[in-house]
Design a protein. Structure first.
Ligand SMILES: *[C@@H]1O[C@H](CO)[C@@H](O)[C@H](O)[C@H]1NC(C)=O
Ligand SMILES: *[C@@H]1O[C@H](CO)[C@@H](O)[C@H](O)[C@H]1NC(C)=O
Ligand SMILES: *[C@@H]1O[C@H](CO)[C@@H](O)[C@H](O)[C@H]1NC(C)=O
Length: 352
């Protein structure tokens, strides 16, 4: 806004007849400069006034203690399936654990009625309130758990900033209840899995340590308004050389125990994926992070049937979008209809 003012004053300055003398011209220059400064000040004040208040970051629990061990020692499993695919079967090729939250019924319903029919899938949740109120706060979750036998609830506060803890509990649960699983797929409840392509990915990446969508040389979010804000006191380095996107990554079953035990010695940060795949798996243990674009943190922007055929997982779908995309996936499943397309034309440019 001061640009315009400057231009106006500049022209005014030109309008002052030269013969009016040096004093008048100096007065005009001073006026110009002081208006400029005033305008800048005003702009600054209004922009500060218009800025929304800083969000509460809920990172305080990390200030108290960043030791994963101290959290795990005080967290118990409250509800879990009485039997799982792993208690019935040996060498389960894949078990999927989904981070969810107590109120996200619709997301879980969409997943159950679609891809979870083909892959053993369990949801992991925290608490809405104090543990004493479990039976009043979370009656519906209790009923849901009884009905579907796919819910695991641990005694910690369910919050976005507790995702690292949730992932740790996922590893712990898998270790205790599914030690023979060959691969664990860690994912979110806004993700669609294409079981047919997943099978191919598993076959092609058999024996690998961790597989997912690898992000290279990513800067951390230092902007306090960001959902992924990480303060310097949590992670000093400004960028992460490599990690796998937390929207969906595979962990080789034989490494789960090592990863969990090593994590007990690595101070936690709020970014679950950077923490487990980079700080623990890569940096501490020297495991290899294998990039596979088919475990995608994005989704196709063209709604064509074959779009999802080229992916093993896609992220950021609403429950309605999951149902819709699933219809497309199922229609071409067990057929060769999309093979030519996927092998020749499918491209990452179709994702956003
Ligand atoms: C954090 O927890 C660990 C492990 O339980 C404990 O040894 C340590 O003293 C705790 N630190 C603080 C500051 O409470
Ligand atoms: C994370 O969980 C711990 C343990 O229940 C709790 O003390 C802490 O307040 C939680 N953090 C948030 C942001 O809710
Ligand atoms: C695809 O084939 C598998 C195994 O042959 C079968 O279990 C499944 O129901 C089929 N899916 C569809 C959508 O036809």
């Amino acid at each position: 806004m001061w640009d315009i003012e400057l231009i106006i004053l500049f022209f005014l300055n030109l309008l002052v007849p030269r013969k009016k003398g040096i004093m008048v011209r100096i007065a005009f220059v001073i006026l110009t400069l002081s208006s400029l400064i005033l305008a800048c000040l005003l702009a600054k004040i209004t922009s500060i006034a218009l800025l929304p208040p800083l969000p509460t970051q809920c990172l305080d629990h990390f200030r108290q203690n960043r030791s994963l061990k101290s959290y795990l020692d005080s967290i118990d499993v409250l509800i879990q399936p009485s039997s799982t695919v792993c208690s019935e079967q040996k060498d389960v090729p894949l078990v999927v654990l989904v981070t969810s939250s107590p109120n996200r019924f619709e997301q879980r319903e969409a997943i159950r009625s679609t891809w979870a029919k083909y892959v053993p899938t369990y949801f992991i949740l925290g608490l809405n309130g104090p543990v004493e109120d479990l039976m009043s706060d979370m009656v519906e979750n209790y009923v849901e758990a009884k009905m579907y036998s796919d819910i695991i609830i641990y005694s910690f506060q369910d919050h976005y900033q507790n995702l690292t803890l949730k992932t740790a509990l996922m590893l712990k649960w898998t270790l205790e209840h599914c030690p023979s699983a060959l691969m664990l797929f860690k994912t979110d409840d806004d993700v669609i899995v294409n079981p047919w392509m997943m099978k191919r990915v598993l076959k092609e990446t058999a024996g690998k340590d961790l597989v997912g969508y690898r992000k290279v040389n990513n800067y951390l979010h230092r902007d306090q308004y960001s959902k992924w804000y990480t303060p310097r006191w949590l992670q000093r380095e400004d960028f992460v050389p490599e990690y796998l996107s937390g929207t969906g990554y595979l962990v080789n079953g034989k490494h789960i125990e090592k990863i969990l035990n090593t994590a007990l010695e690595v101070p936690m940060i709020n970014l679950e994926d950077v923490y487990f795949t980079y700080l623990v798996a890569k940096l501490k243990l020297g495991l290899t992070l294998t990039h596979d674009y088919r475990l995608s943190p994005y989704k196709p922007w063209i709604g064509e049937d074959c779009m999802y055929s080229g992916l093993a997982s896609a992220h950021s779908l609403t429950p309605q979008e999951i149902l819709k995309a699933w219809a497309a996936i199922e229609v071409v499943a067990n057929t060769t209809r999309c093979e030519t397309f996927v092998n020749n034309f499918w491209n990452e440019w179709f994702l956003y």
